[in-house]
Structures are given as C-alpha cells and as structure tokens.
Design a protein around this ligand. Sequence first.
Ligand SMILES: [Zn+2]
Length: 447
Amino acid sequence: MSGLDVNLVLRSTRVVTPEGTRPAAVAVAGGTIDAVLPYDADVPEGARPEDFGDDVLLPGLVDTHVHVNDPGRTEWEGFWTATRAAAAGGITTLLDMPLNSLPPTTTVDHLRTKQRVAAPKAHVDTGFWGGAIPSNVKDLRPLYEAGVFGFKCFLSPSGVEEFPELDQEQLARSMAEIAGFGGLLIVHAEDPHHLADAPQRPGPAYADFLASRPRDAENTAIEGLIAHAKRLNARVHVLHLSSSDALPLIAAAKREGVRVTVESCPHFLTLTAEEVPDGATEFKCCPPIREAANQDALWAGLADGTIDCIVSDHSPCTTDLKTPDFASAWGGISSLQLGLPAIWTEARRRGHSLDDVARWMSAAPAELAGLTRKGAIEAGRDADFAVLAPEATFTVDPAELFHRNQVTAYAGKTLHGVVRSSWLRGVRIASDGVLAEPTGRLLERDR
Ligand SMILES: [Zn+2]
C-alpha cells in the first residue's frame, strides 16, 4: 500500500479494528499500517515480528484537550513532561489548548513560538488549537492557514487575564468568521450570568463549590451556542460536558442537522460529587464533577451517541495553587496518563467493550480534529498503537506519573487496564513505564 517494504508485523489475539475486535497481524511499512492480515499470516522476509499474545492492540489514543502551558507556565506542565505522560498512558497524538501558556495561541507569531518550543520535546505527535478572544478576529484566518485545528473560546472568565472570554456579540462575530472559512469553534460553555447569580460560599466544602457552578450555567450556554450555530450553519464543539441536563437539547440539535459535537472527560464519567472529600481541590474543575445520577446520564449519552468523544482536559498546576479552599484553588484535573484505565474500569463495569472505548478515545477525537491518518487500525493510517492488558489492575501511585506536578484526583484508586507499550508510526515510544527519546512530530491541520 505504501510502496515500502513491510518492516514490522504486530500480532495479537485481540486487535481492535473499525469492524470489531479479532485476532490479526498488523503489517507496518515505513511507519504506516500497510495491511491488517489474518493472525497467522506469514511474516515477510526482513520484517520483525512482535506478538502481544492476549494483550489488546488498540489504535493509539487521540487526546484533543490538553493544557501543556509551555512556554510561560512551565512550572505547571511542559511539552517534555506532558508528552511523556501521554505516551505512558497510550496516547500517541495530543492537541494543545491555546491558553495558560505565555503567549497564548492567538496569533501566528505565538503559534510559531509554541511550535518551536514543542518540537524538540514532543514524545507523541502534537498539534495546536488556536484561541478566539475579543481582540483577534483578524488573526483567526491566518492562524487557520498556519495549521491550527480550530479555535477555542470561553463564554465566562477563563481564569487567566491574557485569554478573555467572548460576550454573545463577540461569539457571533468570531463564529461567523470561522464558519466563513470552514473552521471549527470549540467552546467552554458556562453562562457568566448564571455563574454570577449562583451562591458563592468560599471554603473547603465541595457542596458549596458545586452550588457555585450550577447545571443551568452549562445548559443555557449550550442552548445559546446551538442557536448561533444553527443560524450561521457553523460547526461547533462543546468542550468538557458535565451537565447531563443539556443532553436532550444537544440530541435534538443533532437530529435537526445542527453541526454540533460534544466531548466529556474521564473525571465526569468516573468520579462523583458524593465522593469528593472536603478540601480535596485536586477534584476541582470547571464545570464541576457532579452527582452519581448525572454520571449515569452521561454514560447513557455516550451509549446513544449524543456525546461523541472522551478526552482528558488535563489541566495541571503547581501543588501550592491547590489550596483547600474550593473558591480560590486553581481549577483543573490531571489525568493524561490515567484516562484510558479510568474510562475502561468504568466502561467494563457498565457493560461496554474496548471497541466502544477506542471509538470514544481514538476514532471520534481524530475525526473531530480532521486527523485522517489517526484514530483507527486500518491500512493507510499511521502505525500508532496502545497495547493494553485489560484484565490487569494497578493502584494509582502519584509518584509513578510523568506529568510535572504529581497531583491527581485518582490517587489510591485501583484501576483495570495496564498500558504495556505505546507505538508511534511503528516505533515503540513507551514500554512498561520506560520512555524512549522523543520522536513526536508537530501536526498541522490537513489541507
Ligand atoms: Zn480545558
């Protein structure tokens, strides 16, 4: 298929392909999947065989929501540490969010700065979202032409002053501009008026924090977003959905043909408000982790296709910013290395298969970003894989995590699914927690 000789053949009794899971041998040539063959196919002369036995061969995960914060807030995270955590967790492609780095990715110059910083440190393939802020409408098209995958905006304060939110008029203007060149707008959807009206009680009680970020803030923002998208025939994506109350209106919009997609995150799908200890701000994120019944409804939304994908929203900070006061602690949950086992643990309990997990965490995010070489084990795609022992368990020890600040809401949890190795374009980049030198490439939107 590639015209190159097959140099590697990966076998497993459980290869997760778009047509289902089956025993297969995956032939790789020049970093590309050449063919998916029967398990006992002959290995061509000169090719190296690898047999994973009953360990599952998954397509490498695609995480389209990662805050790397590099350059500028490198004490929070960085390309070196984040991409190592990704590789160790079975993620072979990540897209970096445009904020919390200095500069934010809001101009072509800023994008070039970030690419320069990322290039020598990337252990996995790495691309960039642009940012849409009130002052940069004129920069959106040049950024798109320079290779960003789309644009992120906030409707409520982002938490950093260099990345202001859009009001409704600015949202409409940016959305129209982006739709004009066929781009994608991805949105942190919490309505600022509902947040302002919610009770604000600082302190260590999780219930008070939850009350300060009500479901209505999400529901209203999403309703407005859908109305704009419908009027402008624009493509929009709802980031980190937490409120399950918004699912019916999203499902109705999809049925009507509105071009809206939705993601949720491991923390909303595996952790509950009921279990958050007071003062445990490693569980703080916005929108917040909600009640167990809400989580059940989110899983139903995944099962029926209302929610398209699951991505980490890995958003770390230094430990000193995780003060015990939920109002002032920095919001963000670190889970880059743990998303796959966290989701698989809950998915299997709820009767879902690894085919579902691969769709939610690899195929769907790749499709969202237009990454046509990623997201599936089939001929012509990049030879990116995660090898998973799905029945094996481990207990999360923060000291074994590769992201910079070893704070995580998953500490002490016992999870199913050990990532044995990760492969990027036919090269093993992580093996039982040992990382290779960086071979990740910088990705630009397919043009
Ligand atoms: Zn985020």
